[in-house]
Design a protein around this ligand. Structure first.
Ligand code: M6R
Length: 361
């Protein structure tokens, strides 16, 4: 039931801080240690390589999972688009583990890969929002995402849940050497503030996107990954043609598409690369782009359109905080899509040509 909300998507965006809190309550004990079956964690730790397999938004969350597994745990991880991987010439290590990331647990492309993994006797773990789904039942292990039912076709809270659960798995694989619980709890508080400020995003959507034909999101590292998700979110419900880019790639071709007033949104949560992305944004501005900056407090400059609320991270491992900061920028890009779709008079929850669960290959 949507209750007071005009669309499920807005309700589901607003639920995200509580989804994080539910996940923390379920997966962490009082001491901040991870509460996941040690057989699952040992299987992941002992793998030569982890393959995360997914589609769409879940694929974008997987890209962030790879960074966390590699940067925080040092575990070699590869992300694969399920519809490609099932038909690729896969040369496995001796002991791979397959992680399936899927809101519905029914995506046919991912099921096809699980079938291949099962036929070859490889172990697998499904992370899904639907615990009795096919991918959950047919994998060696499964863990719930705990986002609650997601009704809108555009996935929002499942993405946040996927990134959060992957970060907790990373913590467990690192033997609780760092903590994600404190940064995640702080991010939930900051998300509350972003949601409360939602009118800001309605104004920005009207100003930048409602009348646009093309739009671009750019960023580097985790911000490049979110740029892909932000672009998918905007195009699927507003029908504005949108591309997400690693900011450095623009000048290798796509810069040719920038015209007077083309909206270009830069995501700046990664301190190592924020200034470089800013220079890339300036290059688009010089060609007439209507530029917007979405930045964390540490990477913001006066005049930036969106400065994300700061999180108190003094006690936390800076590498962990950098990985999770992406969740802060996630809510603004979801709200920009929502209000663009609304401003264009579209059915936000049920975009044309799309189904919530894609059960055909
Ligand atoms: O249920 P799944 O997570 O396996 O679904 C994968 C994609 O179909 C899904 O994420 C899709 O891209 C979203 N509806 C986009 O918002």
């Amino acid at each position: 039931d949507k209750g007071i909300y005009p669309y499920y998507m807005l309700k589901e965006i607003e639920e995200q801080p509580n989804v994080i809190r539910t996940i923390l309550g379920h997966y962490m004990d009082e001491q901040g240690h991870v509460n996941i079956d040690s057989e699952i964690i040992d299987t992941l730790k002992n793998a030569d390589r982890i393959y995360i397999v997914a589609a769409g938004t879940s694929y974008h969350a997987s890209l962030l999972g790879k960074r966390m597994f590699e940067r925080l745990v040092g575990k070699a991880t590869q992300v694969e688009i399920s519809s490609e991987f099932a038909y690729d010439n896969f040369i496995p290590e001796a002991n791979p583990v397959f992680v399936f990331l899927s809101q519905s647990g029914e995506t046919a492309d991912s099921r096809e890969v699980l079938q291949v993994a099962n036929d070859r006797g490889f172990k697998s773990l499904t992370l899904t929002n639907v615990p009795n789904s096919t991918l959950a039942r047919e994998a060696t292990f499964s863990l719930p995402l705990l986002a609650g039912p997601e009704i809108a076709v555009a996935s929002t809270k499942a993405y946040t849940a996927q990134v959060s659960v992957l970060s907790i798995i990373a913590q467990a694989m690192a033997d609780n050497k760092f903590s994600v619980s404190h940064p995640l709890a702080n991010i939930a508080i900051a998300m509350d503030a972003i949601v409360q400020d939602k009118e800001k995003y309605e104004k920005l959507a009207n100003d930048y996107l409602v009348d646009a034909h093309d739009a671009f999101y750019i960023g580097r590292l985790n911000d490049a990954e979110l740029a892909l998700e932000a672009a998918l979110k905007l195009k699927e419900i507003s029908y504005v043609h949108t591309e997400g880019f690693a900011a450095g790639e623009l000048k290798h071709g796509t810069l040719a598409l920038i015209e007077e007033n083309t909206p270009v949104m830069a995501l700046l949560t990664q301190s190592a690369t924020a200034n470089l992305t800013r220079s890339n944004l300036a290059e688009t501005q010089a060609r007439g782009a209507h530029t917007m900056v979405i930045a964390t407090k540490e990477n913001a400059k006066e005049g930036d359109e969106v400065i994300l609320p700061s999180v108190d991270s003094a006690e936390d491992d800076p590498a962990v905080v950098q990985q999770l900061a992406i969740l802060l920028a996630t809510v603004p890009v979801q709200l920009l899509s929502y209000y663009t779709s609304l401003g264009r008079g579209l059915d936000v929850d049920r975009p044309r040509n799309l189904a919530k669960s894609v059960t055909v290959q």
